[in-house]
Write a protein that binds this ligand. Sequence first.
Ligand code: NAP
Length: 301
Amino acid sequence: MSFERVVLIGLGLLGGSIGLAMREALPGTVTIGYDADPATRARAQQRGLTQSVVESAAEAVVGADLVILCVPVGAMASVAAEIAPALREDAIISDVGSAKGTVARALAAALPGHQIIPAHPVAGTERSGPDAGFAELFRRRWCILTPGPEVDPASLARLSALWEALGARVEVMDADHHDLVLAVTSHIPHLIAYTIVGTASDLEQVTESEVIKYSAGGFRDFTRIAASDPTMWRDVFLANRGAVLEMLGRFTEDLTALQRAIRNGDGDALFDLFTRTRAIRRQVIEQGQDDARPDFGRSDH
Ligand code: NAP
């Protein structure tokens, strides 16, 4: 059932974390890594992110029974084309991209006849690169698998078992539904963070030093998200354009309603919304998706 030879293409936060988690949880599995950046390959070798690091994607996948693409969403199609001629016929192909519909279609077009099981571990940090990965990243986090109808149950079970071994909980979902859900839980929040941090830094009446100095009032929590990798997030918004625009329309309407409540002095409307949102926060903590300690467990106040 388990995999014998697993290849990770892209050795940044996600690829590195999978490699380190596999080293702990599945020491019997051979892991091979490749990254387009020679400096990343060298660092990956030093950190032991995979057992070996090779010089090309095609070389990496020879003989592999599982290949996981851990590159930015916009690079998935070209990597798939690179590895296609060297893949074993029965190799399972997966990825970790944050948008699924476009990636699933790109992989299916580039790799006909293969079992393709797109995946999105809903776990991450604002850090990127070969030093960012850590073995515990996926513990108690969800990993969403979006297999097409051609995928056989045995392949799906094998990949699910791998993610569970890394500490994740697995959910299977349609790729387009994934994109809608993640638009609201991840992509729009990132867009809001990028906007508010951009707006604050553009303000003329408030100096940049004041923005930084008084950031503990809430702003700093947005800066963490807004520090996320620019390449990754550019690709996510381009790949998930439809769902993001749909959710952004809903968000804009709700924002306008809030604006009206403030203008009209409608305290009840504000209070009702803030009460509902507080309950959501309680559920996030109860379901183990965040730290219950005040201020996200920061110790600096
Ligand atoms: P990352 O730390 O920047 O790692 C990506 C790595 O892939 C980089 O080393 C990059 O090299 C390399 N790469 C780019 N194009 C390549 C190519 N054509 N061939 C081989 N390697 C290539 O990014 P990450 O955070 O691990 O994200 C990887 C994927 O995971 C993305 O699809 C992202 O949407 C998804 N994801 C991210 C998070 C998160 O929180 N970060 C969470 C869940 C899923 P260069 O730096 O030289 O370009």
